[in-house]
Write a protein of this length. Structure first.
Length: 495
C-alpha cells in the first residue's frame, strides 16, 4: 500500500497537548471548558477528514517529524484500523466535553475543575498519539502521558475510594508500562531500530532467538495489564466505579480500546511477518484469557450492587470478546474484534452517560437505587435499556453486529465450541441487564424518595446521541464493517 503525507496527523496530537497548559494558565473553570470544548470538536473534525482521506486514497497516511525519514526520525502513520480508533476516541472526546460541564460542577470541587480539563486534554493527546505513532518507544511516551493523566482524573472523584482506585491503577499501570518498555528494549537490542515498519522487516531473521520470544512475552503481558484483560483486570472495577462520571465515560469508551489497538499493532504489524500464532504459543493463552473474561467477569457483574461497578465488570467481559477476535487469528476474527472496538465504545459510553445523568438528578449509586427510575426518569432509563440490549446482542443493535461477526468467524475457523461459548456468554448479560430493568420498571420507588432534579440537556443529548448511534450502526453496519474488514485485510496482508 502506498503512502501519502498528511500534516493533519501531527495536529491531532499537538492541539490538545497545547490546550492542556493553556487550561492551567487560565485557572478558570468556564474558560478551561470552552478551550477544551473547541479543541475536542476540532480534533473530531480532523479525525473525520483523515478517515475520509484514508477512504478516498486507500493509502497509509504519514507525517515525518522534522522531515527526518524513518527509521532515523519519528514517523506518524495512520492506516484504516488506526482511522477507526481515532474516530472512536475523537467522537467520545467531543461528546464527553458537552456532557462534562454540568457533571463536573457537581462532582469536582470548583477550585480543581480547570485541572480536570487540563488532564482531560492531556489524556486525549496521549491516546491519539498512541494510535498514530509509528515508533515503538514514542508509543511508550504517549502511553505514559495518557496513563499519568488518567490517574489524576480518577483521583478527582468525590468518593475517598477514588484515591485508592487511582493508586491501584498507578501501580498496575506502572508495572504494565515497565513490561512494555522491557520488551521494546529487547527488540531494539536484537534489531537496532524502534520504527515499527522497520522492526517488521528485521524481526523475522531473529524471531527464533530467546530474546525476541521473551520480548514478545513482556509486550503481551504489559499491554494486557493496560487492557485490563482477565486476570490482569484488578485496577479497572474501582477506577470506573469511583471516578467522576465523565471520566468513567471517557476512559471506558476509549482507553482500553486504544490498548487493544496496541496489542493488534504488535501482533500484526511489528511481528506481522513472523506469524506469532504459529511461532509462539500465544493463541491458546489468549483464547483461555478471553473466554475467562467473558464468563467470569459477566458472573461477577451479576452480583454487583454498585451500578458503575457492574458496568465495569461488563467492560472486562466485553474486552474478552475483542481479544477473542484477535486470538482467532483469521481475517474474519480480526474484523469482529476491530468492529467491537467501535461498537463497544458507543454502547458503553451511552450506558455510563445514562447512569451518570441519573446520579446527577437522583443520586443513584446502587442497583436498588434504580427502583422506579423507568417512570421517574424515563428518557435516561430508555437510553440505558438501548445500551443494555446492545450488551446482550439483540438484533438491530451494534452488539448484535459484533457478536454475529465473532460467531461467524469462529464457525469459519471450524471452532464450533467457541461459537457456542460466545452465544452462551451473551445469556449472562441478559441476567445483569434484566436485574436493572426489572427494578427500574417493575419495582416502585420508595414513598419517601425525593423527586429527581432536572437533568440538563447538555447531559441528556450526548447520552441519546450514543444510544441512537448504537441503533443506527446496528441497523446499518455497512460503513463500520467495510472499514473493519478493510483494516483486517491490511493487517493480515503482512501476516
Amino acid at each position: 500500500m502506498a503512502e501519502q503525507s498528511n500534516m493533519f496527523l501531527i495536529l491531532l496530537v499537538i492541539i490538545p497537548l497545547i490546550a492542556s497548559p493553556v487550561c492551567v494558565l487560565l485557572r478558570n473553570a468556564t474558560a478551561a471548558w470552552a478551550v477544551s470544548m473547541a479543541v475536542a470538536w476540532s480534533v473530531f473534525g480532523i479525525a473525520i477528514k483523515l478517515v475520509n482521506d484514508l477512504s478516498a486514497s486507500n493509502q497509509v497516511l504519514y507525517y515525518r517529524i522534522g522531515g527526518w525519514d524513518a527509521p532515523w526520525g519519528i514517523e506518524y502513520a495512520l492506516d484504516k484500523v488506526g482511522g477507526l480508533v481515532i474516530l472512536v476516541v475523537s467522537i467520545i472526546g467531543a461528546l464527553s466535553l458537552v456532557y462534562a460541564k454540568r457533571s463536573v460542577e457537581k462532582e469536582i470541587p470548583p477550585e480543581r475543575i480547570y485541572l480536570f480539563y487540563a488532564m482531560l486534554m492531556l489524556c486525549l493527546s496521549g491516546l491519539l498519539g498512541i494510535v498514530i505513532t509509528g515508533d515503538a518507544f514514542n508509543l511508550f511516551v504517549f502511553l505514559e502521558i495518557s496513563s499519568l493523566s488518567s490517574y489524576v482524573l480518577i483521583s478527582l472523584g468525590k468518593d475517598k475510594r477514588a484515591l485508592t482506585s487511582a493508586f491501584n491503577y498507578l501501580i498496575m499501570g506502572t508495572i504494565g508500562a515497565t513490561f512494555y518498555i522491557i520488551g521494546v528494549g529487547m527488540m531494539y537490542m536484537m534489531t537496532g531500530t524502534l520504527n515499527m515498519a522497520d522492526l517488521s522487516t528485521i524481526l523475522p531473521a531473529v524471531a527464533d532467538s530467546k530474546t525476541v520470544m521473551v520480548a514478545l512475552a513482556f509486550l503481551t503481558v504489559g499491554i494486557s495489564l493496560k487492557l485490563a484483560l482477565f486476570p490482569l483486570h484488578a485496577w479497572l472495577p474501582g477506577a470506573y466505579a469511583f471516578a467522576p462520571s465523565v471520566v468513567t465515560v471517557f476512559l471506558a469508551a476509549t482507553a482500553t480500546k486504544v490498548s487493544l489497538y496496541v496489542l493488534i499493532r504488535i501482533f500484526f504489524t511489528v511481528f506481522g511477518k513472523v506469524d506469532v500464532f504459529e511461532t509462539f504459543p500465544i493463541q491458546p493463552v489468549l483464547l483461555v484469557m478471553a473466554l475467562a473474561a467473558m464468563f467470569i467477569a459477566s458472573l461477577a457483574a451479576i452480583w454487583q450492587q454498585n451500578i458503575k461497578r457492574m458496568l465495569a465488570y461488563s467492560s472486562i467481559a466485553q474486552i474478552g470478546y475483542m481479544v477473542l477476535g484477535v486470538a482467532i487469528a483469521t481475517e474474519a476474527g480480526l474484523t469482529g474484534g476491530i468492529i467491537h472496538i467501535f461498537n463497544h465504545a458507543l454502547m458503553k459510553g451511552s450506558l455510563f452517560m445514562a447512569v451518570g445523568a441519573m446520579a446527577y438528578g437522583a443520586g443513584i449509586t446502587t442497583v436498588s437505587d434504580m427502583a422506579g427510575m423507568g417512570r421517574r426518569m424515563p428518557l435516561l432509563m430508555a437510553a440505558f435499556v438501548v445500551g443494555g440490549l446492545s450488551l446482550i446482542g439483540v438484533p438491530l443493535t451494534v452488539g448484535f453486529v459484533s457478536k454475529w461477526a465473532l460467531v461467524s468467524a469462529a464457525l469459519d475457523a471450524q471452532m464450533w465450541p467457541l461459537a457456542a461459548l460466545i452465544l452462551l456468554s451473551s445469556l449472562l448479560a441478559i441476567i445483569y441487564v434484566w436485574r436493572v430493568v426489572e427494578i427500574a420498571y417493575l419495582k416502585p420507588a420508595p414513598e419517601n424518595a425525593p423527586k429527581p432534579s432536572a437533568v440538563p440537556l447538555s447531559m441528556l443529548i450526548p447520552t441519546w446521541v450514543l444510544a441512537l448511534a448504537s441503533i443506527w450502526f446496528g441497523a446499518n453496519a455497512t460503513f463500520t464493517m467495510n472499514m473493519a474488514g478493510s483494516a483486517a485485510r491490511h493487517l493480515m496482508g503482512g501476516y
